[in-house]
Every structure is written in C-alpha cells, then in structure tokens.
Design a protein around this ligand. Structure first.
Ligand code: G4P
Length: 193
C-alpha cells in the first residue's frame, strides 16, 4: 500500500538492522486517517471472502483492525495478552514467546467470542517471528473457526514469521513488506495489498 510505504519512508526510524520505529503514526501516536485508509484497503481485498470476524492482538493492531472490521461490517475481537479479572475461566489460551521483548505471555480468547464456522481475518501491526500470529490461529481453531489470512501492516520479510505461517498452510499478506533495514535504510518488497 503506497500510502503506508510512503509514511514509513518519510517518518520511520531504523533503530538497528532488525528494528523499525514507527511511533509517529502507529505504535505511540496513531494517525486515524491513515488507519481508516488501511482498514478500507484490507476490507476491499477480502470483501468476497465471507469474513465473519476480524481478530487482532493488543495493542497496536487494534487501530487498523477496527477500521478493517468496520469496512467489512463484522465484529472485532482483541486477543488479550494477560488474563484480567473480568475474563473468567471460560477461555482458550496459548503461550507466546516474544523474541523482540524477551517475554512470554498467554494469549487469551474468551470462548464466547469465537463460534464454530467463523471465518477469521487476523490483522496485526508487525509480522516478525510469527509466534503471536501462530498462537492467534491456534485460538481461532480451538473454537472451531478458520483463519482466512494473516494481514500485517509491516512485515519484516527478512525474519522467519511469514515463512513459518506459510509452511503451516496459512495465507499471509502485507501492506508494507520490508526486505531489509541494513545501513539504516528501509528497502521494500512488492506489497500484497
Ligand atoms: P511476532 O509478534 O511476529 O511473534 O514477533 P516478536 O515476538 O519479535 O514481536 C514482539 C512485539 O514486538 C510485537 O509487539 C511486535 O509487533 C513488535 N515488533 C517486532 N518487530 C518490531 C519492529 O521492528 N518495530 C516495532 N516497532 N515493533 C516490532 P507487541 O508485543 O504485540 O506490542 P504492541 O505494540 O502491539 O503492544
């Protein structure tokens, strides 16, 4: 998606050969017009896929995912990274190791928000190692749903997430696939959306 690629080119900071900072429009400050435009594009791509729910993982995936759900006319489910007091025992959980943050958490979905036969589109901000995406898919499938595709805004194509998910048979799409962050420069591949 040219609009997102342009914003990354203009505003992102390359923190290292593996980490990109996009705080000015996605991870800290959020640009609602850009998020709406992204959600509209994703919805356009999947409008004939009979999506019944959009899923995301808290927290930075929420903004683009809510606009995707709005434009598809379906509900958004936010997968939680920790159990809260309001989530009772009726949940599906799967552990996620975050390599970037060096932490482990239980990705959690209340059973009432997934139905047998649901066709789920998973939207998230970054695809890096793919561990969070894989866990999200396990939760969808535990509830009898099917993952139609993973959509990441920014895919770090030089890390193993995309390959891992595709090897498991999932469709993976990105609006801004990043081939490399070497020498402080962001190099893009051709986008799927
Ligand atoms: P994975 O999500 O693909 O399994 O990979 P990883 O464990 O490496 O990612 C952990 C967290 O770090 C995720 O955010 C992911 O979005 C974020 N992340 C990974 N690479 C980058 C990067 O280059 N730049 C930025 N800005 N973030 C990156 P999270 O823990 O889910 O946090 P949140 O921001 O969604 O709350």
């Amino acid at each position: 998606m040219q609009e997102l690629i342009q914003r990354i080119s203009e505003e992102a900071t390359v923190l290292s050969d593996t980490v990109l900072k996009v705080d000015s429009f996605l991870n800290h400050q959020v640009d609602p017009l850009l998020m709406e435009s992204i959600g509209k594009q994703i919805a356009e791509k999947f409008k004939t896929s009979q999506i019944t729910k959009v899923f995301t993982i808290e927290s930075s995936g929420i903004a683009p995912a809510v606009f995707t759900a709005l434009h598809l006319g379906v509900q958004l489910v936010i997968l939680k990274k920790s159990s809260s007091k309001t989530l009772n025992g009726d949940v599906y959980q799967h552990p996620v190791i975050s390599y970037t943050k060096n932490t482990t958490y239980e990705l959690t979905l209340s059973k009432q928000y997934i139905n047998r036969g649901d066709n789920v589109l998973i939207v998230d901000d970054f695809l890096a190692q793919g561990q969070a995406g894989l866990a999200a898919a396990k939760l969808v499938e535990a509830g009898g749903g099917k993952v139609v595709a993973f959509v990441s805004l920014i895919e770090k194509s030089f890390q193993k997430g995309k390959k891992l998910l595709e090897e498991k048979g999932y469709k993976v799409c990105s609006l801004a696939p990043v081939a490399s962050l070497e020498n402080g420069t962001v190099t893009f591949l051709e986008a799927d959306i």
